[in-house]
Design a protein. Structure first.
Length: 221
């Protein structure tokens, strides 16, 4: 069976367990980003459906819902005025105009709450957003989701069939630039198969958070 493979993290992620019964400490945020059509949404939806221990941020967006999308579950769908208001009130941890069409952002307060509660917390956002989070929360774990190959990325974009020919060409041009951003990330998960990629990601999140618990409690290396 095909599987995801994790390239070695460039940050101090280790595979240790937290002390049983340890008091909750602020956890470390994980940010998942990667090129268009690599399957970020599929991987995060799979985690949402199968790993209830992981808290996943619900973004706000100005784009209209697609069939089957539920307000408050997949996104919070807002109009431009409400989005402007959230920016003005500094309610967004990051936001970006994605693919030149709609704005997307991460509400700050729920993220802070999840981290305060010591939960495994995940943002699935675009590259511009990931760079903003790196500015404000450099201690977060930044994971790049990569395709097994460039040809496979093109195949996935064509297969999902949600974009016109022009739009597809535009997104592929963006993807070339996005692929070059991998070196900015702490770790890479190759999305060959969704279950394996999700499992790798959650394992990375757990080890990173546990490492931080131990660092904060000063209980040795
Ligand atoms: P879609 O409209 O297909 O659900 O998402 C389009 C893109 O928006 C994806 O690349 C996704 O990662 C990105 N995205 C979703 N939520 C956010 C967010 O809160 N902030 C940013 N910067 N990008 C987001």
């Amino acid at each position: 069976m095909a599987s995801a493979s994790t390239r070695l993290p460039r940050s101090s992620v280790s595979l240790s367990n937290a002390e049983p019964g340890a008091r909750p400490t602020r956890s470390r945020l994980t940010v998942l980003a990667g090129p268009t059509a690599v399957g970020k949404g599929t991987v995060s939806a799979y985690i949402r459906d199968t790993r209830p221990e992981v808290w996943i941020s619900v973004s706000v967006t100005t784009r209209p819902p697609r069939p089957g999308e539920v307000d408050g579950v997949h996104y919070r769908f807002v109009d431009n005025a409400r989005f402007d208001d959230m920016i003005a009130r500094d309610e967004l941890l990051e936001w970006a105009l994605v693919h030149g069409s709609a704005r997307y952002g991460t509400p700050r307060q729920p993220v802070e709450k999840a981290l305060h509660e010591g939960r495994l917390a995940l943002l699935e956002i675009d590259l511009q957003g990931a760079r903003q989070v790196k500015e404000s929360m450099p201690e977060a774990l930044f994971v790049f989701l990569a395709p097994p190959s460039w040809d496979e990325l093109v195949r996935r974009l064509v297969e999902r069939g949600t974009e016109s020919g022009d739009e597809r060409a535009r997104r592929l041009a963006t993807a070339v630039v996005e692929m070059a951003a991998e070196k900015e990330f702490d770790a890479t998960v190759v999305n060959t198969e969704v279950h394996a990629a999700a499992t790798e990601l959650v394992a990375l999140m757990g080890s990173a958070t546990h490492r931080r618990d131990r660092d904060l409690s000063g209980s040795g290396p």
